[in-house]
Design a protein around this ligand. Structure first.
Ligand code: C5P
Length: 229
């Protein structure tokens, strides 16, 4: 190997980075890929949602960037059995509301908040490996990921999935409003200066509009196993 190579130490656990827009189904696919491989799973969006929820509870305004960054740096988040906890309290359902998702996407624009969450996200990289789901997993958090996937679906397919998710969780939902919300969030995620959502060089495109979850999971597993052949 070239001595100038920036390749990481081979002792670091492997990472599969799955980035994509909201409601693309990447969370479901990432969880199933992690289960199939026995890897850990990082839901980075949940961290932004937790900061949003905590800021709402503490009545911190969006323009109080220092307090938000401090909140993110001291976030007491934990994950167990598919549930998400904030300060030991199960908030797995409340962070999934559209209002918290929207607030999360506004906080996620702030470089200070993003910086405060880097260490926490990287701490999930443990043996035997990690599947990391988000917007900047391949570009910023794990640029040395073994496999980078950009998982997307049409806006209509995503709005329909989000609609079903919300109804299943007992939230009310309206398709027209959802479509507009998705477009607004895509626009904010893709046009922000800090860690915008993008398909980085080397990331494989997976459009799930016409795929079942099983087909999408299988595709990622095939790509991953092809790396070692
Ligand atoms: O993926 P999810 O919809 O739960 O993420 C909530 C919001 O957090 C997103 O709309 C996005 O703005 C932000 N986010 C981010 N970077 C990540 C994960 C999520 O900016 N790695």
């Amino acid at each position: 190997m070239n001595s100038n190579s920036s390749a990481p130490s081979i002792s670091l656990p492997p990472v599969i980075a799955i980035d994509g827009p909201t409601a693309s189904g990447k969370g479901t696919v990432a969880i199933e890929v992690a289960q199939a491989l026995g890897f850990h799973y990082l839901d980075s969006g949940a961290l932004y949602r937790l900061v949003a929820l905590a800021s709402q509870q503490q009545k911190i305004q969006l323009d109080d960037v220092l307090s938000l960054a401090k909140l993110a740096a001291q976030l007491k988040a934990s994950f167990a059995n598919g549930r998400v906890y904030l300060n030991g309290e199960d908030v797995g359902d409340s962070i999934r509301s559209e209002a918290i998702g929207l607030l999360a996407s506004k906080l996620a624009v702030l470089a200070e908040v993003r910086r405060s969450l880097i260490g926490l996200q990287r701490s999930f990289r443990q043996n035997p490996g990690l599947v990391a789901d988000g917007r900047d997993m391949a570009s910023v958090i794990f640029p040395d990921a073994s496999l980078k996937v950009f998982l997307t679906a049409s806006t209509e397919a995503r709005a329909e999935r989000r609609y079903k998710q919300l109804i299943a969780k007992g939230f009310s939902a309206n398709m027209t409003v959802l479509l507009q919300d998705l477009r607004d969030r895509d626009e904010r995620d893709m046009s922000r200066q800090n860690a915008p959502l993008q398909q980085v060089e080397g990331a494989l495109l997976l459009d799930t509009s016409q795929l079942t979850v099983d087909q999408a999971v299988q595709q990622v597993l095939n790509w991953y196993s092809a790396l070692s052949q």
